[in-house]
Design a protein around this ligand. Structure first.
Ligand code: AMP
Length: 498
């Protein structure tokens, strides 16, 4: 029996800064952690929640939001964070599917949520005020941490649901404990690290990786409500670790103020949630002297791989399988492929979730008989064990009966002078089934043409992989985690035909 809250509380050292803003104002110290989670836990219990109940949360990022998460862990309640961008129909679905006992929402959404659920929601605004935290001193600062088994669900994270309905991934206390401990070791976390945190905390990247590591080590977190390049650059000299999605890095690089001097105190930059372009990796290294550590994970598994802290950090790869995590690549028939060969990536380990909430059929489909989870990502592993993600399975293009991996074409297109980045998709085509189509962002002032790009592709890759059409856009559509939304591109350019 062990509640993962104990791992986090163990890192706390009296008097040390827990959460601070980027003006240096201390919001919480570690010696307040137990009392705060106790008071919040007591308030949640008084609101009717009992262990294993779902606490559905849709609020702005704030220190109190993070404390609410920790209080749920401690009380054995299942924390269910929702992206603040979700709208009525999506929220209705989550509410029906998860059947929460307590809802915590922004004060502005109270009446909407209460008519949806019949519950009286607790509220929390962007400043951490609301009925969840008002007069919190009146709640007892004593709380008996609920004993949990390692396979008890701690958090439900809904997958983004670009194909079918979102599925609630059940993350256990054991998943969190093993992944946090492994990553902390691999990244050489130190108590005196200062984590610069500007990711949302409704997602694994910001909630699990970004928050777990500093908390379990009792390190300070500079907590920004959102990513703003100028605020990040101003805070870098007082920080040692920064975690971002690739678009964060391209936006930081767009500022002339990012340089060796601003990064002088930094120990570690990590990137994940979407592929980091080699150009970004190289440019960042040249400008700051730091080599970004790219890692790979997902809601269902936490982190699976990382480039090493000591040893080669290879651009375009997500590094090596983490200790305790097994990664393998298989073909369509499920047989393991040779190194360097692209196939379906499967992972197994104590980090892998227990299943999809109330979807035993879906859960069974996604696990192999020998216990590997089918990630849905296409990847290859080289002879040294470095994993390269080639893209999502569903983004694979089958043109004229042949498999085309978008990443391969994107890499060639991106290397052409004058091109910022690209996304390659398949659009319905009467002849080929799907036609390879490139969506391209040109560097400002460059006027490379569709025909010129197609000519380069013809000279560099097999004919069946060459894009039939190239469309130009000002920027690629991305979600909050920096992932290119290929479904939107397929909708937009699929209709126009080729
Ligand atoms: P999510 O569950 O929202 O975290 O999304 C997980 C997916 O993000 C993975 O299955 C990958 O497709 C993608 N992803 C995460 N990290 C990386 C990375 N470093 N490079 C490429 N894709 C990534």
């Amino acid at each position: 029996m062990s509640n993962v809250y104990d791992l986090f509380a163990a890192g706390a050292r009296n008097g040390d800064v827990f959460l601070q803003d980027d003006a240096g104002k201390v919001q919480y110290r570690y010696d307040q952690l137990d009392a705060m989670t106790a008071r919040l836990g007591n308030r949640l219990l008084r609101a009717g929640a009992a262990p294993t109940d779902r606490v559905m949360v849709q609020v702005q990022k704030s220190p109190e939001n993070l404390l609410l998460y920790l209080a749920c862990l401690r009380a054995g309640l299942i924390y269910l964070p929702l992206n603040t961008a979700y709208k009525a129909d999506e929220l209705r679905y989550f509410n029906d599917n998860a059947e929460p006992t307590v809802i915590v929402c922004d004060p502005a959404s109270v009446s909407w949520f209460s008519s949806l659920s019949g519950l009286r929601p607790l509220t929390l605004d962007a400043d951490g005020a609301g009925s969840l935290t008002n007069a919190l001193d009146e709640e007892s600062a004593e709380f008996k941490t609920h004993p949990c088994a390692t396979d008890d669900t701690a958090v439900i994270i809904y997958t983004s649901g670009t194909t079918g309905k979102p599925k609630g991934a059940m993350i256990t206390h054991g998943n969190i404990e093993s992944n946090a401990t492994t990553l902390s070791r691999c990244w050489g976390w130190r108590q005196d690290d200062v984590m610069l945190h500007a990711l949302p905390i409704y997602h694994v990247h910001g909630l699990f990786v970004g928050a777990h590591l500093p908390i379990m080590n009792g390190s300070a977190i500079t907590f920004l409500d959102r990513f703003e390049p100028n605020r990040i650059i101003s805070a870098l000299p007082e920080s040692t670790v920064y975690m971002g999605v690739p678009t964060n890095y391209t936006r930081l690089l767009a500022s002339p103020d990012l340089n060796v001097g601003t990064c002088r105190n930094m120990r570690l930059f990590t990137s994940g949630s979407a592929p980091l372009l080699s150009t970004t990796f190289n440019e960042f290294q040249e400008r700051t002297g730091h080599t970004i550590v790219e890692r790979y994970g997902m809601s269902e598994t936490g982190m699976n791989t990382s480039n090493p802290l000591d040893g080669a950090r290879r651009a375009g790869t997500v590094g090596l399988a983490l200790p305790e995590v097994a990664c393998r690549v298989v073909d369509d028939a499920g047989a393991q492929v040779d190194s360097e060969t692209t196939g379906h990536l499967q992972v197994r380990g104590p980090n892998v979730f227990s299943g999809y909430w109330r979807m035993p059929g879906k859960t069974a489909e996604e696990f192999t008989p020998d216990g590997y989870f089918r990630t849905g990502d296409l990847a290859s592993i080289d002879a040294d064990g470095y994993v390269s993600i080639v893209g999502r399975n569903k983004d694979l293009i089958i043109s004229g009966g042949l498999n085309v991996y978008p990443k391969e074409i994107e890499t060639v297109v991106d290397s052409i002078e004058g091109i910022t980045e690209s996304a390659v998709i398949g659009v319905p085509d009467p002849d080929f089934g799907e036609a390879v189509t490139g969506i391209v962002v040109r560097n400002p002032g460059h006027s490379i043409t569709e025909q010129e790009i197609i000519d380069v592709l013809r000279s560099r890759i097999a004919n069946f992989k060459v894009a039939k059409r190239i469309h130009f856009v000002d920027e690629l559509p991305r979600n909050a985690m920096g992932k290119v939304q290929k479904n939107l591109l397929r909708e937009r350019f699929g209709r126009q035909g080729t």
